[in-house]
Design a protein around this ligand. Structure first.
Ligand code: UD1
Ligand code: UDP
Length: 362
């Protein structure tokens, strides 16, 4: 069996193409859920919309301070893996669930495949940076989205024959579900933005939202700059961000349309027709680039520099309306003809071609 250890929204979305392709090929595959995300709108909705099989195990870790969360997960995942005896454990990305999944498998003697390997922000204040580096070091297969990551791993001394450039499975997901979303999602109508210029904003990074003064500053800056450009801002609010807004009475400005976190079909439908995207999300930086929607990455750095290299995105970190107005102008007037650097949508197939021989007779 191929065990996919995952725990958060982006992992469900980026692992979906692998799970569905494995099922199509008759490869036994099972989701081992850590329970890091558990709210319906961050979890169940994706099982339903992406038609994922029920988890074969869920260790229900829930929310805790990071060290405890990782510790609980390793302990409980070790037990779940001992029972399931998978041939390979696959983890995707850079969350605490990825670190715990990789550690639990490695220490149980089960080889680890890391999907989206080799990304680096070089920002060790980000909890995700340690997760990426540590998961890469103990993985047998490292599936890199582009050549940039293979080169970075080589510089770090990881150059064995388990390193493969396969594209990013977000391309498989985004292209497929964008098509489906046009048929089934009426989110633009529901929010009244069919004939309005609008941006989509998502924000949940610790560095942007945990300090309420910074969060308030970013939201005010985006509001003022959006009013200047005549844009509405659809803002699906992540629970981490919502908690800080509620605790400090932070309100959205007049340009904003605040909404609950959206299901994937609604989110991808909204993104596809947006004039601009503001985000600190890893996945949405990629999706905007793939769907040829210009974006502004609300960070000082990114582990996805491909989006900057092709001109799809620009970094913006300052609380400075004038500067943001100008960055928005540049991004919104850019020709939307950049190449998608993240692959051709056949990542799941490549990953399974490589793993299949190791999964035989499971
Ligand atoms: C986590 C990942 C981040 C990823 C993001 C995807 C780490 C260190 N962070 O961040 O890399 O980009 O998921 O969305 O692994 N909460 C709920 N419901 C839930 C889960 C969380 O309300 O289902 C609230 C809790 O108050 C919790 C807070 O959100 O304390 C943060 O959750 P957590 O999973 O720790 O981190 P995220 O910010 O979601
Ligand atoms: N997403 C979604 N609904 C939302 C916000 C995001 O379906 O309201 C999707 C988004 O399209 C992307 C993924 O969730 O595929 C990104 O997740 P998130 O931003 O939480 O995490 P990150 O990618 O930063 O780790």
């Amino acid at each position: 069996m191929l065990a996919i250890v995952l725990g958060t929204r982006p992992e469900l979305i980026k692992c979906a193409p692998i799970i569905i392709e494995a099922q199509r090929r008759g490869i036994p595959v099972g989701i081992v859920h850590t329970g890091q995300h558990y709210s319906h709108e961050l979890d169940r909705v994706f099982f339903q919309e992406l038609k994922l099989p029920k988890s074969v195990a869920n260790v229900h870790v829930g929310s805790h301070p990071p060290a405890r969360q990782v510790g609980f997960m390793v302990l409980r995942l070790a037990d779940a893996l001992a029972e399931l005896k998978p041939k390979v454990v696959l983890v995707q990305g850079d969350t605490n669930s990825v670190l715990a999944g990789a550690l639990a498998a490695f220490k149980s003697g089960i080889p680890v495949a890391h999907l989206e390997a080799g990304l680096r922000s070089d920002d060790w204040d980000m909890p995700e940076e340690a997760n990426r580096v540590l998961a890469d070091r103990i993985s047998k297969w490292l599936f890199c989205p582009t050549e940039l990551q293979r080169e970075r791993l080589r510089q770090e001394g990881i150059a064995h024959d388990g390193v493969h450039v396969v594209g990013n499975s977000i391309v498989d997901a985004a292209l497929h579900y964008a098509k489906v979303s046009y048929e089934v999602s009426d989110i633009a109508e529901r929010l009244g933005v069919t004939s309005r210029k609008y941006a989509v904003l998502t924000m949940h990074r610790q560095s942007n939202v945990d300090d309420y003064m910074r969060l308030r500053g970013i939201l005010e800056t985006i509001n003022d700059a959006a009013v200047h450009h005549g844009l509405s801002v659809v803002f699906p609010i992540h629970p981490r961000t919502k908690a800080v807004m509620d605790a400090h009475g932070i309100q959205c400005g007049s340009a904003f349309i605040p909404v609950e976190p959206l299901g994937y079909l609604d989110l991808i439908r909204l993104l596809s027709s947006a004039d601009l995207v503001f985000t600190d999300s890893g996945g949405i930086q990629e999706e905007a680039c793939i769907l040829r929607v210009p974006s502004i990455t609300l960070r000082q750095n990114t582990e996805r520099p491909e989006t900057l290299h092709v001109g799809a995105s620009a970094l913006h970190h300052e609380i400075d309306v004038e500067k943001l107005v100008e960055t928005m102008r540049i991004q919104m007037t850019r020709p939307r003809n950049w190449e998608n650097p993240f692959g051709d949508g056949k990542t799941a197939s490549r990953v399974l071609d490589i793993l299949a021989p190791h999964l035989a007779s499971s």
